[in-house]
Ligand binder design. Structure first.
Ligand code: AQP
Length: 477
């Protein structure tokens, strides 16, 4: 792919020019590659062209400057802070006000002309992270942007094999995963088996659950042509090494603040330090694959915020190395609550099996659990935070039926909880039927499940390898 193709594909207006003053215009090289790389040329940096071949080679990109020493000397909208190779570029926002910016061909004989406005959009589109240190200065770290395999969104999310998957996991996470698979090219989902050790499960149980969780995920209908499924411990070295590096950047006090830690620690007899450092491993799970988007349920919001903080801190200290990912939460019902207590979330590790609907529950179980679900005596049904149980059942019905909130309220006006429960039972049975049927087929084919995991590992390992190599180089290892 050459520069013109990159611009064409991304729908930026441009034209080819042969006559331009390469010494006077603000210009850059856009390297044609499957990893678009943009390199600025600055007037007083006439050697940059000589470094181009080297910039394609990650191993040779070294020595990031931590501070922008020349920020005050930004001339003509552009300065390159150089240490070894061309690395950090400081761009005054005024550069984008220019009518034209030129992307030169490496031999300097022609250029692609693009507007300043489109150019700004292109930088973001290509995934070059920006930081604003002052209102006017933008900083681009181009060297490491080159390690990104793709300028597309990369979706990464995980699930622990800590119990049978629940309707909460399904509506809070998996349904969103399926949506992302339709929208994005790169979707990595993993089985967070290292995380599940925080509750010290019985080894034989854990082995069983790992298999069962993968088979359930596939049975949910994840399109494996578009999604990659793998197991965290198959790439454990990358995840844990990065987690260690991240842990050195994470203030201890932040971990203490995590609600999930406090809740789980209260319930566990033995609290290992892994339970506390869990969010650091989660940050590494995400960053090691250069994720840009993380679909999770509401219960993971706080952890994801911490992951973003850690990644930001790493990038800030050592130079841009990985994107700061965004959370993607369901718009409706981001937190499915327990059937027996509307104030705590439906959780697969809850020993009270009546508190959850499991994805593999049979119709009789579903009927019984919903019938017994806690409600109140008010026959008027409406969403109300003071009525968490009713709101939860209405919410589940809303998501499964695809109706708007007002339509659901209208449907059950004055009908009482029994009517809602009957309709909800039907909706849940219907939603879960195909999953259960597909699971039964898959569970007989153990080899297929193992094959899915080994293909997943092969797909993601080069990315983990590359990120870890970059991280180690950055921190001085
Ligand atoms: N009740 C829930 N409502 C909405 N989303 C939920 N998720 C979990 N429970 C709910 C989402 O499911 C994904 C996978 O979760 P996890 O396995 O990583 O761990 P978790 O969040 O701690 O889920 P559980 O089921 O409660 O597991 P245990 O009992 O082991 O702690 C996540 O995206 C989560 O948001």
């Amino acid at each position: 792919m050459d520069s013109a193709e990159i611009l064409r594909k991304r729908k930026y207006r441009h034209s080819l020019v042969r006559d331009f003053d390469s010494d006077r215009v603000l210009s850059a090289f856009l390297l044609g590659d499957d990893r678009p790389t943009l390199i600025f040329i600055c007037q007083n940096n006439s050697d940059s062209s000589g470094t181009l071949p080297d910039l394609r080679d990650l191993e040779r990109i070294v020595g990031m400057s931590l501070t922008v020493r020349d920020a005050r000397k930004v001339e003509d909208g552009l300065a390159v802070v150089q240490q070894g190779q061309v690395q950090r570029v400081v761009l005054d926002e005024s550069a984008f006000d220019r009518e034209k910016i030129y992307l030169r061909s490496p031999d300097n004989t022609s250029a692609l002309e693009i507007s300043g406005e489109d150019f700004k959009a292109l930088l973001e589109d290509l995934g070059f992270e920006t930081e604003s240190e002052t209102a006017r200065l933008r900083i681009y770290d181009f060297g490491y942007a080159a390690v990104r395999q793709s300028a597309q969104n990369r979706v990464v999310s995980g699930i622990q094999p800590s119990g049978d998957m629940t309707l909460g996991n399904y509506l809070g996470a998996v349904v969103n995963w399926q949506k992302q698979v339709e929208n994005y090219d790169e979707n990595f989902f993993f089985l967070a088996d290292l995380h599940s050790l925080t509750t010290l499960p019985d080894p034989a149980d854990l082995r069983d659950r790992i298999f069962k969780t993968v088979a359930t995920l596939v049975a949910c209908g994840l399109d494996l042509d578009k999604a990659t499924l793998f197991r965290q411990s198959d790439l454990g070295g990358y995840h844990t090494e990065l987690a260690w590096i991240f842990s050195c950047l994470t203030p201890e006090g932040r971990l203490e603040q995590m609600t999930q830690f406090k809740e789980k620690a209260r319930k566990q007899e033995f609290v290992g330090s892994g339970l506390k450092t869990y969010p650091i491993l989660m940050a590494a799970d995400i960053a090691i694959y250069q994720a840009t988007l993380v679909p999770v349920g509401e219960d993971q919001r706080q952890h994801l915020e911490l992951a973003r903080e850690i990644i930001r801190r790493f990038n800030g200290r050592y130079g841009y190395t990985m994107p700061v990912p965004k959370a993607d939460m369901p718009q409706v019902l981001a937190r499915v609550m327990s059937l027996t207590d509307g104030t705590s979330k439906m959780s697969k590790s809850n020993p009270n099996r009546d508190s959850c609907i499991y994805l593999l529950d049979n119709p009789d179980d579903i009927k019984r659990k919903i019938k017994r679900a806690k409600t109140d005596s008010n026959r008027d049904l409406f969403f109300d935070e003071n009525r968490p149980e009713i709101s939860n059942l209405l919410g589940i019905y809303q998501v499964l039926s695809g109706l708007a909130q007002a339509e659901v309220v209208e449907q059950f006006k004055g009908q009482g909880a029994a009517k809602l429960k009957a309709q909800l039972t039907e909706a849940v049975i219907e939603a879960l039927r195909p999953i259960r049927e597909q699971y039964d087929r898959l569970s007989a084919d153990r080899d297929r499940v193992l094959e899915i995991l080994s293909q997943g590992k092969a797909r993601v390992e080069p990315i983990a390898q590359q990120t870890l190599a970059a991280v180690k180089q950055r921190v001085g290892l």
